[in-house]
Design a protein around this ligand. Structure first.
Ligand code: CA
Ligand code: CA
Ligand code: CA
Ligand code: CA
Length: 323
């Protein structure tokens, strides 16, 4: 049975993988990932100056792959200046045993052996006009160097982004590519993460999304978000939920809320929508969010929704009257 579930999950990841390699994903509608320098105050929106992103490569892919970073440096366009530019950010790619399966790599507070696995490539960026508003490419990487974890979609690579020093905000985007100099997706590839740090759009008309997959064992989900600055609402759309609200944090604080899973939601994705305040949309709003199941385990969410974007079904969502 477990094998069957893995096969189904792999097949679903394969079908959604077509547009899965940009991070943030196209369906997430998030402008940039974000990591601040380690000397920053957390009230700029980054709670601990580390971001971890995983990439899954299907086991039948045997060509070189590349992990590309848009605007890896901190300066010029896109980034957030605090005083003067003085920030260094290190990007490191890991594969091999433990890269993803080591539980320290799947925790909220990155400490312990979160850098588990085998280091494949690393580069530290300061301010660098050559990579401002432009791509830097890691690779070629041999796909066999990834950690084999079929339940996560194949061979897994881990990208750790660390703010090493300074106090500015690094904005960047990622792409797992078949080519060195352009973004060409790997069929069936996907990205996933256990904790996500990013920039919201500046305008109040944009809706950003994350898509956790609700597997059979999840009966309740607890979300925690940081430094949302009360910028609008966060709500759940699923086959059975039509806008259930999640608690939203203010400046430099965490807020959590717990949400029950109903049977109809098992083996579907949730669409967690982040709807900015139309009345007073904040500029440069950096935020953090993560999700836990009822065991306190972090739940991965995917760069595209597994099984597609869920739509509310009136017949499921309407609760029968109590007798
Ligand atoms: Ca600075
Ligand atoms: Ca820049
Ligand atoms: Ca940048
Ligand atoms: Ca913020």
């Amino acid at each position: 049975m477990r094998k069957l579930i893995i096969l189904i999950a792999t097949a679903m990841i394969a079908t959604i993988g077509i547009k899965a390699q940009p991070v943030p994903g196209a369906d997430e509608n998030i402008p940039f990932l974000m990591t601040f320098g380690s000397d920053s105050e957390t009230e700029w929106g980054d709670d601990n100056f580390i971001q971890i992103i995983f990439f899954a490569v299907p086991t039948d892919y045997n060509q070189p792959l590349y992990i590309r970073v848009f605007d890896p440096e901190v300066g010029g366009k896109n980034d957030e200046m605090n005083g003067s530019w003085n920030t260094k950010t290190r990007f490191s790619i890991y594969g091999g045993n433990g890269a993803c399966s080591n539980k320290d790599a799947q925790k909220i507070n990155e400490n312990g052996s979160y850098d588990s696995g085998t280091l494949i490539a690393t580069k530290t960026f300061g301010t660098d006009a050559a990579y401002d508003n432009a791509w830097y490419t890691f690779g070629p990487i041999n796909p066999s160097e990834g950690e084999l974890l079929p339940e996560f979609g194949g061979r897994i690579f881990k990208l750790i982004v660390e703010g090493m020093s300074g106090d500015d905000g690094n904005m960047y985007r990622l792409f797992m590519s078949r080519k060195k100099d352009e973004n060409l997706k790997i069929e069936g590839g996907v990205a996933f993460y256990f904790k996500y740090k990013f920039r919201l759009y500046d305008v109040g008309t944009e809706i950003s999304h994350i898509y956790p997959y609700i597997d059979n064992k999840v009966i309740s989900l607890k979300q925690s978000n940081f430094d949302w600055d009360n910028d609008g609402i966060i709500r759940i759309i699923s086959v059975a939920k039509n806008g259930e609200l999640m608690k939203v944090s203010n400046n430099n604080e965490w807020k959590s809320s717990e949400h029950k899973v109903v049977d109809a939601e098992k083996n579907t994705s949730w669409d967690i929508q982040m709807i900015k305040s139309k009345a007073r949309p904040l500029k440069n709003n950096n935020v953090v969010i993560y999700l836990e199941n009822q065991y306190g385990e972090l739940m991965p969410f995917y760069s595209v929704p597994i099984g597609g974007i869920p739509k509310y079904k009136y017949s499921i969502g309407v609760k029968p009257k109590a007798k």
